[in-house]
Ligand binder design. Structure first.
Ligand code: GDP
Ligand code: MN
Length: 392
């Protein structure tokens, strides 16, 4: 689960991580009012969306007076921000953060995360922080420094000093960095975050270290254990279809292709997507309806798939082990009837009562294509999808 920058900065403050003074607002009028509480005569107006890359697309603006604060806030609020991390539809800007600005001497990168490969907590730092960190990582990977924490020993002072030296920090800044790193480490462990990123961590002209940006990602499986974190959830920033799927206990992930896939079992879903790709198509989603699926779930899954307007054809691939194929076939037919499916549907049923299931589909009036093996099902659905695409 992701949270907003302003929420992350509030958590930062409670863990002793210095961040600029600021206020979250939802109207342009409140944006102007907020400047009265924030010292200085330049403010930064920051779009609050669950994505990075805002600076490059006008989601972070420096306002030189309150008129500009008002202008930028009203431009942003109610619009959608498309960054390279959001996909083409972008995310809605429902709040902005008004912050104090600082003359910046240097921008660093600092993050902490759970590294699966080493099974350790890892800090990543770079002297070359800021908006081009991805290019730095690609073109000069030697500028990205990693540090692994031994879970039994915890974060050690000498490790923080090492990072400080790598970033060429001096004097009181070394202590200041240790305080920030300790705050990040405690926050990660205490709140079950999977990643905390500060980019940029800045050195101001006064030599102060501040978290100018803040991104925190929490392990979805742990959020239920932390009601304070659960309260920070903003469903308006999440994929509507994925949330709907969760309600019905379906594993669904939106993808950008044209073939809707409905499969039972995650492994079979992967194999199905692979086969669709192999036959020249591209999946519109990953969807695992579960091993013991019911006709009701199949129906909900259909609705989900069809709510994606990119879907040109649907491939149903169900293996009837726990669940019987004729039951699934009935579910499919109910769904096709209820949601007025307009696109071709190819179904491959295998397992218990497969024959019966296929018969039900073949005898129905909906023109569902019952394929007898997966390869031919994939081939047919790819062809049907490309025909639909041409017709549209
Ligand atoms: P992101 O692009 O979504 O990661 O948004 P950031 O919060 O990192 O902001 C992008 C860039 O805007 C930063 O790298 C800074 O260069 C700049 N920026 C953000 N806040 C301030 C500020 O208070 N003062 C100044 N001078 N620049 C800022
Ligand atoms: Mn940033």
């Amino acid at each position: 689960m992701n949270i907003h920058e302003y929420q992350a900065k509030q958590l930062f403050k409670s863990f002793g991580i210095a961040a600029p003074q600021g206020e979250m607002v939802t109207t342009a009028e409140d944006a102007v009012l907020a400047t009265q509480d924030i010292p200085g005569n330049i403010w930064v107006v920051k779009a609050q969306v669950h994505a990075g890359g805002r600076g490059k697309v006008g989601g972070v603006k420096l306002a030189k007076n309150t008129d500009e604060v008002k202008q930028y806030a009203s431009d942003m609020l109610g619009s959608r921000l498309v960054t390279k991390q959001t996909g083409t539809e972008g995310l809605p800007i429902e709040s902005v953060l008004i912050e104090k600005t600082y003359p910046i001497k240097h921008e660093f990168y600092l993050s902490v995360l759970v590294d699966r490969a080493t099974e350790r907590v890892m800090f990543i730092s770079s002297v070359a922080g800021g908006m081009d960190i991805e290019e730095v990582a690609e073109q000069s990977p030697e500028k990205i420094i990693t540090l692994l924490i031994n879970p039994a020993a915890g974060l050690q002072s000498y490790q923080c000093r090492q990072v400080a030296f790598d970033l060429s920090l001096q004097g009181v800044q070394i202590r200041a960095l240790e305080k920030i790193m300790r705050g990040m480490y405690c926050l990660l462990l205490e709140k079950d975050a999977s990643q905390i990123e500060i980019n940029p961590l800045v050195e101001t002209d006064d030599g102060e270290l501040l978290a100018l940006d803040a991104k925190i990602n929490f392990d979805d499986n742990s959020v239920a254990l932390h009601s304070d974190i659960a309260d920070l959830r903003d469903e308006g920033q999440e994929d509507e279809k994925e949330n709907k799927a969760q309600e019905f206990d379906l594993n669904y992930i939106t993808l950008d292709g044209t073939i809707g896939c409905m499969v039972n079992g995650a492994g079979l879903a992967m194999a199905t997507m692979d086969l669709v790709k192999l036959k020249g198509g591209s999946p519109a989603n990953f969807l695992d309806v579960g091993g013991g699926t019911t006709p009701e779930k199949v129906c909900e899954a259909f609705k989900l798939i069809l709510s994606d307007k990119n879907v040109k054809a649907v491939l149903v691939n169900i293996f009837g082990g726990i669940v019987q194929c004729d039951v699934i076939a009935k579910g499919i037919l109910t769904a096709v009837d209820e949601v007025h499916v307009q696109v071709p549907v190819v179904v491959r049923l295998e397992g218990t009562n497969a024959e019966k299931g296929r018969e039900l589909l073949n005898n129905s009036s909906f023109g569902v294509v019952a394929a007898d093996n997966l390869a031919s099902a994939a081939e047919q659905v790819v062809e049907l999808a490309s025909n639909e695409g041409k017709g549209a």
